[in-house]
Design a protein around this ligand. Structure first.
Ligand code: ADP
Length: 251
């Protein structure tokens, strides 16, 4: 905590040796009136999850962190905070380790085409009354040799760098970068966010295949709209896709 350079994020910090899921615990804590910026970290998670309740493997050595935000944003803009988190994560891996990290739409962070971190944004309760967002962030850091049953091959910082990183340092830099992103969004700079996101995006202007409800759409990945939807160019005709409904492949 001495390493923190943030105003709010991580100022309230709860650390556990083991949790079922940092997001789930933080969701419970919302009911106790926890404040903006509260962070929960666990050394390992026993039932961490990704999107759509898919399992997220969280062995010891990773950074398993959840963050409570009460941003001054509409629900539509708050949903963009998962994009902000991707940017902050990729930026952090570049800042600290010089890695060319990328973002695979919607929000997997990859290095050398392998998934190194994941993000899970959840709204706690009714947005209209409490306006609380939980951001779960998992970084595969100091472990190696794991094979996850995953569409995308996975990797860890240790595998790539060949040494163990300082997790406190990593968390502090991540929260610092994320706080800047939250503030910039609160100031209304959606364009800046989209630009930064696009600069990290993997596969822009390249052919991709997207599967939605059993149909495969093949086109060129043009980027994202301000609301985060993916823009696909199908021979001059644009289609958009929301992250909840599709999966994206190169090709
Ligand atoms: P996606 O959106 O890419 O499917 P999610 O964010 O939903 O991914 O994460 C869950 C999936 O990620 C799991 O189904 C599994 O394939 C993979 N996975 C699980 N744990 C890890 C991990 N620690 N690192 C990388 N990938 C993982």
């Amino acid at each position: 905590q001495q390493e923190l350079r943030t105003q709010a994020l991580g100022r309230q910090l709860f650390f556990f040796a083991e949790l079922s899921s940092t997001n789930d615990l933080l969701k419970d804590m919302v009911r106790q009136g926890r404040e903006h910026g509260t962070v929960v970290i666990a050394r390992r998670q026993t039932t961490g999850h990704g999107r759509m309740q898919r399992a997220w493997e969280s062995p010891e050595g990773g950074l398993w962190l959840s963050l409570l935000l009460k941003p001054r944003l509409s629900l539509g803009d708050a949903a963009k905070l998962t994009l902000s988190t991707g940017v902050a994560l990729a930026q952090t891996l570049q800042d600290l380790y010089g890695l060319a990290a990328g973002i695979k739409w919607p929000n997997d962070v990859v290095v050398q085409g392998r998934k190194i971190a994941g993000i899970l944004g959840e709204v706690a309760g009714e947005w209209t009354t409490v306006q609380t967002l939980i951001l779960g962030i998992g970084v595969n850091a100091n472990f190696s040799g794991q094979t996850f049953s995953s569409k995308l091959p996975a990797t860890t910082l240790q595998d790539i760098l060949g040494y163990e990183v300082n997790l406190n340092h990593l968390a502090a830099q991540l929260l610092f970068n994320l706080e800047k992103e939250v503030q910039s969004l609160e100031q209304g700079d959606v364009q800046g966010l989209i630009q930064r996101w696009t600069s990290f995006a993997v596969g822009i202007n390249q052919p991709v295949r997207i599967e939605r409800a059993g149909t495969v759409y093949a086109g060129i990945f043009k980027g994202i709209r301000e609301d985060g939807e993916l823009i696909l160019d199908l021979e001059g005709q644009e289609m958009t896709f929301s992250s909840g409904e599709v999966s994206l492949r190169a090709g």
